[in-house]
Design a protein around this ligand. Structure first.
Ligand SMILES: [Zn+2]
Length: 134
């Protein structure tokens, strides 16, 4: 079963809702109670753009069992225009073409099935934005 943390974060995950610190301006996703940088409480909700740019990426060759069918694939740390950073899988691409600066769009996709019960987990994946397709 997904963890309690997973269920608690579902609404934020669906909406790509992050929090912006009213004190230092840091944007964190998913949002949380305290700013991780300056500990200020009461982050303001901010909905992220479904766009981002790759900061760093890595190619996964040996995947956890539930992702084995998809290996090799790229995992990337992306930054949205709001400044939030998310670690996401990059789909629909040759993992080798993903690198710092690659522009991506965030799409809501099925991530995996949980065990034999077949509970579907959804989340965001990034897909490269190629010139002419945006
Ligand atoms: Zn702060």
């Amino acid at each position: 079963m997904p963890s309690p943390r997973y269920w608690r974060e579902i609404p934020a995950r669906f909406r790509l809702e992050a929090g912006r610190c009213p004190s230092c301006g840091k944007v964190v996703y998913p949002t949380r109670t305290l700013c991780p940088d300056c500990r200020t409480e009461g982050l303001e909700p901010v909905t992220l753009s479904r766009r981002g740019r790759v900061v760093t990426s890595t190619v996964i060759h040996v995947a956890p069992t539930e992702f084995q069918m998809e290996a090799p694939y790229a995992m990337a740390l992306i930054e949205t225009p709001e400044g939030a950073r998310l670690m996401v899988q990059v789909a629909d691409c040759d993992p080798g073409e993903i690198g710092p600066g690659t522009e991506v769009a965030l799409e809501f996709r099925r991530i995996r099935r949980e065990g034999h019960g077949g509970i579907l987990c959804y989340g965001h994946k990034a897909v490269p934005v190629r010139p002419g397709t945006a």
